[in-house]
Design a protein around this ligand. Structure first.
Ligand code: UN1
Length: 513
């Protein structure tokens, strides 16, 4: 089955509804019409009518209704829906990737990689659908058993960002669906078409699956901060999973906490790498380049801070300058392009402001930073990835700048490098290049990197879905995708069963006998 024409790059003048659910389909959104622009050339991609805050309430009500049915469908059967979704994603991989390139400006291989990430998480979730198990626990009382069970939680609100417009939703939605939860998704306003396409895939899979998949199981609500706030504040949504900036996450967390809901946050990253004297520099150069300039520096896992031992510093600088000088920058749709556009002008302005701050703090620009106008599509914001050398970790290095901008600092002592590495408010991803097993293990050990992700001889970005993804401190503490992240999408019941004829009390308490 192919995607219908109407979710493909639209004809001029098309207006899409920003509120789609499984059935009735499509529903009409009632908010303002807006036009997101493609980062490729700044041209509008489509017109979208936003959903309103009361319509978010309708979507949540439908999800709550769907939950009553979906929670009783056996988990392996719920896995069958996700298997069907995965089949459709495989069939439509290249068209879906095309939409990511159009709306997020990602180069083709990275856009396809993002859809592959969705396929991978489908497979993970299908396997998981037969492994949502609890424990049998030793009980202190005779003729009793003590077991824990995991049950579906309820509607899950997903708030996602422009830079991973499909995969981050998929981590939450595919796992949430096998766990028995309906999904209400507020995507970035920058990427509505890919969100509608993703939801369309679920719709098509649900039609193949049959009536066990209730309407309201998967909904997209497109709109601005008011739509996100309506989702976060709704007491019928027990879990809100939000990816994006620290200020956004802080406000979602406060709203959700005030109603004692659960939030799962994946916020800023300001990721660092340590390159030690024994590092394989050939590998390090390749890893650093992909991590710092891939997705034009717009991954939450992008490499932003590089701490290099003074004995290899000059050689690394020279080789990085060489690698950066030949990076193909331009149209992300073209074969061979490695660096596509920034998402918008504001990102370029922020990058320039960070470069200026770094300069004022004693930084020396080693390469890049200029706007690129030649051989790139007119109307897009293209920039040369920049590297700035700093004498020490200065205040600007404590901030995440969502652009291809990497700071370099030399170090003398390994423990100081770890101190500097950990001295920022964010704690998502980290890496070390070393062939010294003591350094490697120290870095991933309790006194090493304080991040949620720590790699050895690998870059900071490009995590696979099987691990739990997320980070500490201002990154928000959430873990999504693999490992036991599924537990957050379920509720645990501890069950004590007395199969005897006496009523012994725990802790040996005697009460009236
Ligand atoms: C993000 O940028 O929000 O590890 C997610 C990575 C990707 C996911 C990034 N698998 O870079």
């Amino acid at each position: 089955m192919q995607l219908p024409e109407h979710i493909l790059p639209p004809a001029d003048g098309d207006t899409f509804s920003g509120l789609w659910a499984l059935d009735p389909y499509p529903r009409g959104a009632a908010g303002e019409v807006f036009s997101p622009c493609s980062p490729i050339d700044g041209k509008p991609t489509c017109q979208i009518r936003a959903a309103t805050a009361p319509q978010v309430g309708d979507a949540v009500m439908a999800a709550e209704h769907a939950f009553r049915q979906w929670r009783t469908v056996p988990a392996p059967r719920r896995g069958e829906l996700v298997r069907l979704i995965g089949d459709l994603v495989r069939e439509n991989k290249s068209k879906l990737a095309e939409l990511i390139t159009l709306e997020a400006g990602k180069i083709r291989p990275e856009a396809e990689g993002e859809i592959q990430e969705w396929i991978d998480v489908c497979e993970f979730a299908v396997g998981l659908s037969r492994q949502l198990h609890g424990l049998t626990i030793a009980t202190e009382r005779p003729e009793h058993s003590l077991i824990e069970q995991w049950h579906p939680l309820g509607p899950v609100g997903v708030i996602s960002a422009f830079n991973f417009p499909a995969a981050v939703w998929a981590w939450n939605a595919m796992i949430g669906l096998v766990c028995g939860d309906p999904i209400v998704w507020k995507p970035s306003e920058q990427t509505p078409l890919i969100a509608l396409a993703c939801n369309q895939i679920v719709t098509l899979a649900a039609a193949r699956f049959g009536s066990d998949a209730p309407s309201g199981l998967s909904t997209v609500v497109i709109g601005g901060a008011d739509v996100g706030a309506a989702l976060a504040s709704d007491p019928r949504v027990p879990l809100v999973s939000a990816t994006g900036s620290v200020p956004m996450g802080r406000s979602v967390a406060q709203v959700v906490a005030s109603r004692l809901g659960r939030s799962l946050l994946e916020l800023g990253g300001n990721n660092g790498m340590i390159v030690t004297p024994s590092a394989d520099l050939d590998m390090a150069i390749r890893a650093i380049t992909f991590a710092a300039v891939g997705t034009c520096g717009q991954r939450c896992t992008s490499l932003r801070r590089l701490f290099v031992h003074e004995s290899v510093y000059d050689e690394l600088v020279e080789r990085l300058q060489k690698a950066y000088s030949s990076l193909p920058i331009g149209d992300p749709r073209e074969d061979g392009t490695l660096v596509g556009p920034l998402v918008d002008e504001a990102s370029f302005d922020k990058m320039q402001a960070s470069l200026a701050a770094a300069h004022d703090e004693g930084g020396h620009l080693l390469c890049g930073g200029d706007r690129v106008f030649d051989d790139v599509p007119e109307g897009g914001v293209y920039v040369q990835p920049a590297i700035v050398r700093l004498p020490r970790q200065t205040p600007i290095m404590h901030e995440e700048t969502f652009a291809p901008l990497m700071y370099m600092v030399a170090y003398e002592n390994f423990d100081d490098a770890i101190e500097m590495h950990n001295a920022v408010p964010q704690g998502l991803s980290s890496a070390i290049f070393t062939n010294d097993m003591r350094e490697a293990h120290k870095f991933i050990g309790p006194a090493g990197s304080d991040c949620g992700l720590a790699g050895v001889n690998i870059g900071t970005s490009g995590a696979e879905i099987g691990g739990a993804f997320g980070g500490e401190k201002e990154t928000g503490g959430g873990r999504e995708s693999g490992s036991d992240s599924w537990k957050q999408y379920m509720r645990r019941t501890t069950c004590t069963i007395n199969y005897g004829t006496a009523l012994p009390l725990a802790q040996g308490i005697r009460f009236g006998d």
